[in-house]
Design a protein around this ligand. Structure first.
Ligand code: PMP
Length: 443
């Protein structure tokens, strides 16, 4: 949140994205009704346009809620939707999102990533970032396309690419993020005649599942490769505000691309799930207008829009906090998870030394660790049955690493989420895992 404001040197023109859009996206026509919604605001115009239900028939008469204030030491503050806000919350609204919330988010992206409002980019709100990622992927890839995915990768995108019959090219990662040398080598040795990938998917902060946070150097190298090999970076960053590392925060790809000769190669996804509530189902995409238009056209033909009611509730809260309040809240949330990380780390040190290896995460809510299932550490084990069967029998549930590998390769890795548990449950869970590993070694 300290990035200096920089103006882009040059903005990729709208026509540039034609080659990136999928056939589905190119063939989608704007909704004949929703595209006329803005005209309804014209003074004096009588609208016979949309089949909006008459609010006089709605039973809701008021909505108030209270929320802890990050600026007033966690004190509860009462908030109430005024008449106009309640009416907005109960009615259909814009496809891209509630105007006030979109505007607040445009300001947030300036506050957090140094992106001034300009014609190069915009935002759209979705029902969680998952909704927007799926729509973006559908807007960008055609069946048979090759796509670059960091590996291991968030299990929630594997079925997206799979259902679109994509060839998922796994890009190696380590504790510092995407191994840019390996990515470079993949791209430089790309088979002649085979179309190059148009997108790269990555989770740069507190990656799900590996917990890794990409370093500044790696981010810069990946951006350079995006320019040289002409692909779009899908920056899925739901753990951005859950960074608790000791080093200063690295800029996002969305911020860093301002230092590139041209902007427009980053499509960023944020989520409010981990910082406000997962149940409000609000995420937002920020990036080049033609790509967000394609996402909005998908929305207009699928779920029409994100819930007006949750958008107005969230807006009411965020507007009351302001950007400084939001910053304070996210700092409180990341400090909370840092403590959880420390508790988990202590239990791992106590019980799993010599039985597993790991790098402690600096953001997010996952530990990614390798089970040493054989006395010989050189022999790669397989965590699948050990975790799916033996661990469950011993009363501990985690995810075998194979679910995060697009090709389902065997791996000795395991993902454990540490977001919910208290100290004694963590200790007990890790003790049980210890026994599972000891049993597997003895078998
Ligand atoms: N991307 C990643 C990497 C995630 O971990 C998650 C949540 N598990 C999502 C996207 C989806 O989040 P949302 O609740 O915003 O849809």
């Amino acid at each position: 949140m300290t990035n200096p404001l920089v103006s882009p040197k040059s903005i990729l023109p709208a026509e540039y994205y034609t080659r990136f859009l999928s056939e589905i996206a190119k063939n989608r026509k704007p909704s004949p009704i929703r595209s006329l919604f803005p005209l309804e605001a014209t003074p004096g115009l009588i609208s016979l346009l949309a089949g909006k239900p008459n609010p006089d028939t709605f039973p809701f008469t008021s909505l108030s809620f209270s929320a802890r204030s990050p600026i007033a030491n966690g004190q509860e503050v009462a908030l109430k939707l005024d008449e106009k806000e309640l009416a907005q919350g109960l009615q259909y609204g814009s496809t891209a999102g509630l105007e006030q919330l979109c505007d607040w988010i445009l300001g947030l992206q300036e506050f957090s990533h140094g992106r001034k409002r300009d014609e190069s980019w915009t935002v759209s709100i979705g029902s969680g970032s998952q909704d927007l990622i799926y729509k973006a992927v559908t807007a960008l890839v055609n069946p048979g396309d090759s796509v670059l995915v960091e590996s291991p990768v968030y299990a929630g995108v594997i079925p997206m690419f799979h259902s679109l019959h994509c060839d998922q090219i796994e890009v190696e990662t380590d504790a510092h993020g995407i191994c840019s040398n390996s990515l470079r080598s993949t791209l430089e040795n790309w088979p002649v005649g085979k179309p190059k990938p148009k997108v790269l998917y990555t989770v740069p902060y507190g990656c799900n599942p590996t917990g890794m946070t990409a370093t500044l150097e790696r981010r810069k190298e990946v951006l350079k490769l995006a320019r040289e090999h002409d692909f779009i970076i899908l920056e899925d960053d739901p753990y951005y505000y859950l960074y608790y590392g000791d080093a200063p925060r690295y800029p996002s790809y969305f911020a860093l691309e301002l230092q590139e000769p041209e902007v427009g190669r980053v499509l960023r996804f944020d989520s409010l799930s981990k910082i406000l509530s997962a149940g409000v189902r609000i995420g937002f995409a920020s990036g080049p207008k033609p790509l967000l238009q394609a996402i909005d056209q998908h929305t207009a033909t699928s779920n029409l829009q994100t819930s007006s009611l949750t958008q107005i509730i969230v807006y009411k809260l965020l507007a009351a906090w302001g950007y400084e309040g939001f910053k304070q809240h996210t700092e409180n949330v990341s400090a909370f998870y840092r403590e959880k990380r420390d508790v988990f780390q202590r239990a791992m040190d106590t019980h799993l030394s010599g039985l597993a290896t790991w790098t402690p995460p600096e953001a997010g809510m996952f530990f990614w660790f390798k089970l040493l299932l054989n006395e010989d550490p050189e022999v790669e084990g397989d965590s699948e049955s050990v975790i799916r069967t033996n661990a469950v029998e011993r009363g501990v549930l985690a995810l075998p690493g194979t679910v995060f590998l697009p090709n389902g390769r065997k791996t000795a890795y395991v993902r454990a989420a540490f977001s919910l548990l208290g100290e004694s449950d963590v200790d007990e869970a890790i003790k049980r895992l210890k026994q599972v590993i000891i049993d597997a070694r003895a078998a």
